[in-house]
Design a binder for this molecule. Structure first.
Ligand SMILES: [Zn+2]
Length: 512
């Protein structure tokens, strides 16, 4: 009898694990050989345009995603409002060229939420040489109708390192063996916030204020990273309902900036043609996430949820291909794989494509607040207990090399096991370390297990992240296919596991 029982459990064990193995094999075949991820990425990037929060491009992509998820048979598909974001903004026209002492087109791109010039203007360049507010005061009364740059004393160096690279075995093993992160204390958080607040008193922000007051035509800025035709271009000021319009402000290439500066500081008159048109949308200030579900089938567990997502919004210097159409397309592809294969998850799977990430994780933070808990007071909503885990992807196009535990040691063995079928695709590292800066933090902040995957750093910080070069060409199809396949497997494993993913202790309320 005892032996029979043993035999039975043994057989059941084998059939369960081979069933799971069979599913993983099917996921691998679908994800690696019938992938739709590049087609999804095309619609989110080229076909939609830049996806700035509350812009027409964002809604074009979001509505396309909603329709596609419906077509695939997902349920509860919606454009879900998360709260008030602020003004929408569109770039309608941009032209900049040096006209004196000779003609030269300049590589430039207007910053987000800045105003236009109301037609083409030809203006004189003024170089401001000021390191503090007192020096800045000596320019008072001289800024009207000028195009202004702040004198730079830095320089650039040639690039000796490759833009793209793969993590080495040594780097990965260092991550694997990393020490647990030390949680930030309330005191440290307060200091960090104060430091952030102090930056607003910088010379460039004082100059901006003065230029606006005096009626300067425009500001030009640059960064040492912004060379070789790559411009790092993000926000140019406030976008809240009652914020004043921001002065015309363009990011221009480092090489062009220094050309203008050298000419002007050598006493040569520099004149510039500038024609920028922008449009604000002040009608609808509400932000929206995309959400959709594959309903669970286990009567006991279907009220529980596994979430996966990435931010859909982007900056507007390009179409945000690696930041973060890549993550959005991978997550959509992961649910497409599951749905296409007809896999019946025990728990409900919920995909979310976030809005407003670039301005402060607004879409995900407000979603978590609306559905699960407010990290300010840690008052928990009923749905809080129902979430097993949230998986996020937002580090470019690079393939998955493993996962960050975000300090959650109890998940290590589970994830190590789940990565085994993908070790041959380069994914095996499980690190206790954190990654920051993106939407899994919204979940982690209230104690819901939120994870990001380790991705190879393919041109991300060197070339594509928040630049005018974040285009479709910089996506690597084989890497995205690998990522979608692994995530589909992680999501199914999470949905079908008997228990939820273990949680870290509940965090303390952060205060408002
Ligand atoms: Zn991003």
């Amino acid at each position: 009898m005892k032996n029979l029982f043993l035999l039975f459990t043994l057989l059941l064990g084998i059939s369960l694990s081979s069933f799971a193995q069979g599913e993983i094999d099917k996921i691998k075949t679908e994800g690696l050989t019938h992938s739709q991820v590049m087609n999804i990425a095309f619609h989110l990037t080229d076909a939609s345009g830049p996806r700035l929060t509350n812009s027409s491009g964002y809604f074009k992509a979001a509505n396309w995603a909603v329709n596609e998820l419906k077509k695939w048979g997902l349920t509860n598909v919606a454009l879900e409002p998360w709260g008030e974001f602020g003004k929408g903004w569109e770039l309608k026209k941009s032209y900049i060229a040096m006209t004196e002492p000779y003609y030269r087109p300049l590589i430039g791109f207007p910053k987000t939420w800045t105003k236009g010039t109301h037609g083409i203007k030809n203006a004189e360049l003024l170089v401001i040489d000021a390191v503090d507010s007192a020096a800045l005061e000596t320019y008072r009364g001289k800024l009207k109708n000028k195009i202004i740059i702040l004198l730079r004393k830095d320089s650039i160096r040639p690039s000796f390192n490759a833009d793209a690279r793969r993590y080495t075995d040594e780097e990965l093993s260092k991550m694997q063996n990393a020490k647990p992160p030390i949680p930030e204390t309330a005191e440290a958080r307060k200091r960090r916030r104060q430091m952030f607040g102090n930056q607003s008193a910088s010379v460039s922000s004082l100059l901006k204020k003065m230029a606006t007051q005096e009626g300067a035509l425009a500001l030009l800025s640059t960064t040492t990273r912004g060379k070789d035709g790559t411009l790092f271009v993000s926000g140019g000021g406030g976008y809240a309902k009652d914020d004043a319009e921001n002065i015309t402000d363009l990011m221009i290439s480092y090489e062009d900036y220094m050309l203008l500066q050298r000419l002007a500081t050598n006493g040569i008159l520099v004149k510039i043609d500038l024609d920028v048109a922008t449009q604000f949308n002040t009608q609808n200030l509400t932000g929206h996430n995309v959400v959709a579900e594959i309903t669970g089938t286990d009567p006991e567990l279907k009220s529980e949820i596994v979430m996966l997502g990435g931010h859909l919004d982007s900056w507007q210097g390009s179409v945000g291909a690696t930041d973060n159409a890549a993550g959005s397309a991978v997550m959509m592809e992961a649910v497409r794989i599951i749905k296409t294969l007809g896999i019946q998850p025990r728990r409900t799977i919920r995909i979310a494509l976030w809005d407003g990430e670039e301005q402060g994780l607004y879409g995900s933070r407000n979603y978590v607040k609306n559905h699960f808990a407010n990290p300010g007071n840690m008052q928990l909503k009923p749905e809080f207990e129902k979430v097993s885990a949230y998986y996020n992807l937002d580090n470019g196009t690079g393939r998955i090399r493993g996962i960050y535990l975000q300090g959650n040691e109890a998940a290590r063995n589970i994830f190590t096991e789940w990565l085994k079928p993908f070790n041959d695709l380069g994914a095996s590292t499980v690190t206790i370390s954190n990654t920051g800066g993106t939407d899994h933090l919204a979940f982690d902040a209230v104690g819901i297990p939120g994870f990001q995957f380790i991705q190879d750093p393919i041109e991300y910080n060197t070339r594509t992240h928040h630049t005018n070069m974040d285009s479709y060409e910089h996506l690597l199809p084989e890497d995205l296919k690998q990522a979608a396949t692994i995530i589909a497997a992680f999501v199914i494993n999470t949905a079908n596991r008997d228990e939820k993913i273990p949680r870290k202790p509940l965090p303390e309320a952060r205060g408002e």
